[in-house]
Design a protein around this ligand. Structure first.
Ligand code: HEC
Length: 125
């Protein structure tokens, strides 16, 4: 009598453990098997940080946020190629003589950050 009860309890325990293991592995499969696509590419995300860190928004607006003293950049990726955008940041007067936009040298925005910033601007379409 006592033995039967022990066997029953042991079986019940095994059942619970199995169920738990199955649930865990199902969850692992769900999250690992089909990885969700990252929404933004990491270079673009880094470029947005560079944009924010350098105060571009003091003069420029993107999607309604930012200053109004300079052209809106909401669709800048449609208007200009990456090379042109890189020049615009390093030396605005090369693109537009008489431009009042400050130049950002490599001591302010590193080449790596410039690449990210240009990727971000190019993504604005
Ligand atoms: C002090 C204000 C000011 C700041 C800060 C500033 N800009 Fe500008 N920017 C301007 C002005 C004014 C123009 C328009 C003249 C010209 O095209 O050079 C301009 C033009 C541009 C253009 C070309 C826009 C077009 O439609 O042709 C881009 C791209 C740009 N800026 C990006 C940036 C980025 C990126 C930053 C931050 C790293 C930045 N700007 C910081 C004032 C600013």
């Amino acid at each position: 009598m006592h033995q039967k009860k022990t066997v029953f309890l042991a079986l019940a325990l095994v059942g619970v453990l199995l169920l738990g293991a199955l649930t865990l592995s199902a969850n692992a499969q769900r999250s690992g098997g089909r990885k969700p696509q990252p929404k933004t590419n990491p270079l673009v995300a880094q470029g947005k940080k560079v944009y924010d860190a350098n105060g571009c928004a003091a003069c420029h607006a993107i999607a309604g946020k930012g200053g109004k003293s300079a052209p809106d950049l909401t669709r800048i990726g449609k208007e200009h190629k990456a090379d042109w955008l890189g020049v615009q940041i390093r030396d605005p007067r090369k693109n537009t003589p008489g431009s009042t936009m400050p130049a950002y040298g490599p001591e302010q925005i590193s080449d790596k950050d410039l690449k990210a910033l240009v990727a971000y601007l190019s993504s604005l379409k």
